[in-house]
Design a protein around this ligand. Structure first.
Ligand code: HEC
Ligand code: HEC
Length: 491
């Protein structure tokens, strides 16, 4: 009798435990992992999708939305611009921010259990420009993210995580000021989400060690040491002494590449085709192997199709047509052999152009073999990175040239007019990442009153920042240079 009673009790307890575990599991799944589509407006147009659409980075690289939201409130002193606390929080990083949007361009919000914020391609590949200091910015998708300071962003997140104030008490108190979380979310944030986010960010510090090296200059706005990122993140190579931050390139009109004749993407033609570079870029943004290769490759295909067809915008200021006509034959005589020929898009031995070599030294055959192996291990087929040592930079296509300042792979020459001067006469110190346009010299304003407050300093004597080489056209007369520059505006 008594045994029988015990058994009934035991059964009851086991049953209750199972039910609780199931409910707990359902809540855990619902609040921790259940994936929701982004709202319809995000995918309403291809441009919106490029700017705000998730490419799948939220799962592994996402920052919980409410943590992202309160960081500028908890750590205002880390959001600095021009030595002062910036009132606009993340705007201090030079990100492009459209009126009425809750997040900057290139930042995605998606709920996987809880809302998370991550990035997509647009954070580095959208140009912001203004026709004058009094105008509103124009945002051009697929252009160079010349204002974005990605190094400052990487460092900022780590610096916040390292700060003792990054703890549940302080963050929860700040979150409670801006939103109401129900008790389940409160428990999740306090005991799981905040501690895990802190730990994930701290883990990044070791991989990001070279971002803190005192012997390297800051990348500053619009530059990214991209091949080293790939080396230290994708293939986990030990840190070496190379450093080659390159300008964020424009990625419109990708149909121009013709691999069959050696016209290849990336500054040194490091990769076999557009498909491979889109895959590798997306893997970089995800920061981890894709959860679902078919869905991932679907995103890649969409990006590749969109960017292949996307065209650069036309020059928005008046053109002097007589000068354009006078400039065209000068271009044909002095530039077209490289920039409008079978050579365009192909690699040129460094000695023939003589620009800064640091970017080339950040990558090599061994790294390419290793990176290709890693991607194959993910079960992704692609032609991949070129398994050869780099000989020099590729001769770039000049489409949409007017909006691609500053010039050369390392952005060491502020304007087209400056590029037509011998290296010794080009600006030695200027400010990058200010978005007011200069239609006379053709590029962005890089000095004067405002640029030094908004932009970051570029010293051409710094490692990786050399402005030497490419002295083509520098011997033309002042009038001829004016005409050539006018023609270049039309490309
Ligand atoms: C953190 C900044 C950053 C992000 C995010 C980023 N890129 Fe890039 N991208 C770069 C830089 C820098 C280069 C130049 C690399 C080099 O050659 O040194 C580049 C090069 C490229 C190129 C080669 C362009 C050419 O004409 O040579 C393509 C295409 C490209 N990126 C596409 C993408 C796509 C698609 C995404 C999103 C899946 C993406 N990128 C995300 C910074 C970024
Ligand atoms: C011998 C081949 C060659 C000739 C001739 C040549 N270029 Fe170039 N050009 C290059 C190479 C290679 C690069 C890339 C160098 C780098 O980024 O380090 C380049 C880069 C450029 C860039 C930078 C593009 C960007 O987006 O930053 C511009 C602008 C340019 N060239 C304009 C011209 C003009 C104008 C002429 C004629 C006066 C000319 N080039 C003649 C090979 C050439």
């Amino acid at each position: 009798m008594s045994t029988c009673n015990c058994k009934t009790w035991l059964k009851g307890i086991v049953l209750a435990a199972v039910v609780l575990a199931i409910i707990g599991g359902m809540i855990g799944y619902d609040r921790g992992f259940r994936e929701f589509d982004q709202p319809d407006w995000v995918t309403a147009t291809p441009e919106m999708r490029f700017k705000y659409g998730s490419i799948g980075a939220e799962a592994d690289s996402g920052i919980p939305y409410w943590i992202f939201y309160v960081l500028p409130r908890v750590f205002p002193e880390k959001f600095v611009q021009d030595g002062k606390v910036a009132p606009g929080g993340y705007a201090a990083l030079g990100v492009s921010w459209e009126m009425g949007q809750e997040l900057p361009i290139g930042f995605t919000k998606k709920t996987i259990g809880f809302p998370r914020v991550a990035n997509n391609c647009a954070v580095c590949h959208t140009t912001s420009y203004r026709v004058s200091a009094e105008s509103n910015p124009v945002f051009v998708v697929g252009g160079s993210g010349h204002t974005t300071n990605v190094q400052a962003f990487f460092r900022l997140l780590i610096d916040c995580a390292k700060d003792p104030r990054f703890n549940a008490d302080i963050l929860m108190a700040e979150i409670a000021r801006v939103t109401h979380l129900d008790w389940i979310d409160q428990l999740l944030y306090r005991f799981l989400i905040i501690p895990m986010t802190k730990q994930r960010l701290l883990e990044r510090e070791a991989q990001f060690a070279w971002l803190y090296r005192p012997d390297f200059p800051d990348w500053g706005r619009g530059r990214d040491d991209g091949m080293n990122l790939t080396k230290y993140f994708m293939i986990k190579a030990p840190m070496d002494d190379t450093f080659g931050p390159a300008d964020m390139p424009a990625i419109w009109n990708l149909q121009k590449y013709e691999p069959s004749r050696g016209s290849l993407p990336n500054y040194a033609g490091d990769t076999h085709d557009v498909h491979s570079v889109v895959i590798d870029s997306a893997l970089g943004v995800l920061g981890a192997p894709p959860k679902d290769n078919a869905a991932f490759l679907g995103q890649v295909k969409w990006l590749q199709d969109y960017l292949s067809a996307l065209q650069p915008p036309k020059y928005p200021f008046p053109l002097n047509q007589a000068r354009v006509a006078a400039g065209k034959p000068l271009f044909e005589a002095h530039c077209a052999a490289c920039h409008a020929s079978e050579k365009t898009g192909t690699r040129l031995p460094l000695a023939e152009v003589g620009t800064d070599r640091n970017r080339l030294d950040t990558w090599n055959k061994g790294a390419a073999i290793e990176a290709n192996r890693v991607v194959r291990q993910f079960g992704i087929e692609r032609k991949g990175l070129v398994e050869e040592d780099l000989v020099g930079y590729k001769t770039p296509y000049l489409d949409g040239l007017w909006l691609r300042a500053p010039y050369l792979h390392n952005g060491s020459v502020p304007t087209l007019r400056d590029l037509l001067e011998p290296a010794a006469k080009r600006p030695k110190l200027f400010w990058r990442g200010y978005d007011v346009y200069d239609p006379v010299k053709v590029g962005f304003v890089t000095d004067g009153d405002e640029a030094p407050h908004v932009g970051t300093k570029m010293d051409v004597a710094s490692k990786g920042g050399g402005n030497q080489g490419h002295e083509f056209g520098t011997g033309l007369s002042a009038g001829e240079k004016e005409a050539l520059v006018e023609y270049l505006k039309t490309l």
